[in-house]
Design a protein around this ligand. Structure first.
Ligand code: ADP
Ligand code: MG
Length: 311
């Protein structure tokens, strides 16, 4: 399908593709809808995009995109000797858009080893594309956190204006930060301690008052922890908002929690309005930006693409 319109300005040459992970804790907040529509919109503008279905327990990018392929991410994880990821990249019906389909859900792939995940990320970085959009699982289990962290620390967090969704997105961010801390120090004891800690502030207090460290160690650990937190630059998208004002309030509440408790300053990337036609487009397998390009929600997706730098 020819989708490229007038967006033909010079493109920035990249050595490696940008990897954009889309997560956010709660299921049903719209991560997959956003991932697919953003990928289609950015591909439509002439960028080479690959969408990866990394929801290992419930993959459905193909359904939303309206594609079907016989190759799956399972092949990468379970092929003897490890299959070349490039062999799993499939074409879609859209120009410039390829897909790495999710797992079948049949194999024990929902729990790949850490090294397998590292291999996947390394292979992703070597793919020939401008942008790789990674659709993540709901929840904050290790696979999701590792994908979120191994790509970039400035992935997208999707939330809705509901309190439960804001809470879950916050917990996802906290779990990502704590996973980062745990991997930085490579310490099982620390991992156990982090399970009982509510916030980075509380953790910093624990370190400062600990009797096991001397003053100098305490200071350097605290500095390292603050640096690990500050390096995280999550970008938030509020979905299912009635209007920009409601989205802004949700973004503000989330950012306040993140700033006060985790010392992380999220960037508010934008929002998507609630629209009943979203489920219709899922059933038809024709993404919103293709079936209803003039709708407000499609405009919101176009704005996000621009704000990400893909004009
Ligand atoms: N902006 C929106 N307006 C209305 N419904 C939406 C919107 N975004 C998502 N949905 C609905 O929410 C459901 C969950 O979306 P999905 O992208 O699968 O969420 P997730 O990947 O976070 O689990 C879908 O059935 C979709 O119809
Ligand atoms: Mg999903």
């Amino acid at each position: 399908m020819q989708l490229i319109e007038e967006h033909t300005e010079a493109r920035v040459q990249r050595d490696a593709p940008e990897i954009l992970a889309i997560g956010g804790g709660k299921g049903g907040v719209g991560k997959t809808c956003l991932a697919v529509n953003l990928a289609v919109e950015i591909a439509r503008r002439g960028w080479r995009v690959i969408i990866v279905d990394a929801d290992l327990s419930c993959s459905n990018v193909e359904t939303v995109l309206g594609t079907r392929s016989d190759r799956k991410l399972d092949d990468f994880f379970y092929q003897r000797g490890g299959k070349d990821l490039r062999q799993i990249v499939c074409e879609t019906q859209y120009d410039n858009l390829q897909i790495i389909p999710g797992t079948t859900g049949l194999l024990d792939v929902a729990n790949p080893r850490y090294q397998q995940k590292v291999a996947l990320i390394r292979e992703l970085q070597s793919l020939d594309a401008d942008l790789i959009v990674v659709d993540l699982d709901a929840g904050a289990h290790l696979n999701t956190l590792d994908f979120y962290l191994m790509t970039e620390t400035n992935g997208i967090l999707v939330l809705t204006p509901e309190k439960t969704s804001i809470d879950n997105a916050y917990k996802f961010l906290r779990a990502s930060l704590f996973r980062r801390v745990e991997r930085f120090y490579q310490s099982p004891e620390l991992a156990l301690l982090l399970k009982r800690i509510e916030s980075l502030r509380e953790f910093l207090e624990c370190v400062k008052t600990s009797s096991t460290f001397d003053g100098e160690t305490k200071e350097s650990v605290c500095n390292e922890l603050v640096a690990l937190a500050r390096a995280m630059k999550p970008r938030i998208v509020v979905n299912r908002a009635r209007n920009a004002y409601e989205a802004q309030i949700a973004a503000n509440i989330f950012s306040k929690h993140a700033r006060q408790n985790l010392l992380i300053e999220p960037e508010n990337l934008g929002y998507l309005v609630f629209d009943n036609r979203v489920s219709e487009t899922i059933n038809s397998g024709m993404p919103l930006v293709v079936s209803y390009p003039k709708l407000k929600i499609s405009q919101c997706i176009a704005d996000l693409a621009s704000r990400l730098g893909y004009f």
